[in-house]
Design a protein around this ligand. Structure first.
Ligand SMILES: Nc1ncnc2c1ncn2[C@@H]1O[C@H](COP(=O)(O)OP(=O)(O)OP(=O)(O)O)[C@@H](O)[C@H]1O
Length: 257
């Protein structure tokens, strides 16, 4: 069974100033254990897509299913990591308490074990007693990733998760994500507007058109499981695919409404 199935998905915002169709007729699936990157032009509707998958808004058309169950409201087995780590962590809670926060229904012992495992997975074993504001931006984003992983979601949604950190930290966090999803077999849907990042991270890259977004290409990434920032990014397969995605993004016509 597919982990995620998106069928004929469309959403039109209705406001005082009229209507705006952000996404239209989106179709794709994600298999268990896959890491799928969604790349699209600025404002094409990527956040709208994530909001509909996470049940935060009800789409006007089409459907989203998680393990065959229609999404209607926020699914309990889903975690989201946002771009803005400074607003996603609770400043008054320690790092450990932040990671334990979504685990309130577990016993204290299970909470403690899961949080410790997740913090170790992101290389923050020693930072549990610190507060978010005592950490660098990259470390705060690691905490946000640890919190999402500790919950062990069926699907991890990531909305431009590395866009607010410096280039070196971004590379480190990309490799961290590749490692933990290999170790934990996590299913990930990651939205980015960085073409290189989409190819470096993805098993597949979905290219979206300008708003209203549709899927213009669903590309397999033939780079294998083990990737390296230097050699992978300079390989012919990487360079070819990056050029293909760039070409699709620049040529993708805006749909005539
Ligand atoms: N609540 C809303 N009401 C009306 N229009 C909206 C609303 N949210 C988004 N839009 C519009 O829908 C379109 C898609 O927005 P969305 O934020 O989903 O795109 P995006 O691809 O995530 O953008 P970016 O690349 O800038 O992050 C935009 O034109 C935006 O102005």
């Amino acid at each position: 069974m597919k982990m995620l199935e998106v069928r004929g998905l469309g959403h039109t915002y209705r406001g005082k100033d009229g209507t705006h169709t952000a996404i239209d007729g989106l179709e794709f699936t994600v298999d268990p254990g896959e890491l799928v990157c969604v790349v699209g032009p600025s404002g094409c509707g990527k956040s709208t897509l994530l909001r509909t998958i996470s049940g935060l808004i009800k789409p006007t058309r089409g459907s989203v299913s998680l393990h065959g169950n229609p999404v209607d409201g926020v699914p309990s087995d889903l975690s989201v990591v946002f771009q803005d780590y400074s607003r996603s962590l609770f400043p008054w809670l320690s790092v450990t308490k932040n990671v334990e926060f979504p685990l309130r229904k577990l016993t204290r012992r299970n909470r403690t074990t899961r949080a410790a495992e997740a913090l170790a997975a992101v290389g923050l074993d020693g930072a549990g007693r610190k507060y978010p504001w005592q950490l660098s931006g990259g470390m705060q984003q690691r905490v946000a990733i640890a919190r999402a992983l500790a919950y062990r979601p069926s699907l991890l949604l990531m909305d431009e998760p590395f866009a607010s950190v410096d280039a070196q930290t971004r590379f480190e966090l990309e490799d961290l994500l590749l490692r933990v999803r290999r170790e934990q077999d996590t299913t990930v849907l990651l939205v980015t507007h960085d073409i290189d990042e989409s190819v470096y991270l993805g098993d597949r890259v979905l290219v979206l058109s300008k708003s209203p977004a549709t899927v213009v290409a669903d590309l397999d990434v033939p780079l294998g499981q083990h990737r390296d920032q230097i050699t992978t990014r300079s390989s012919d397969a990487f360079v070819d695919l990056r050029a293909r995605v760039a070409g699709l993004l620049t040529s993708a016509p805006a749909r005539v409404r």
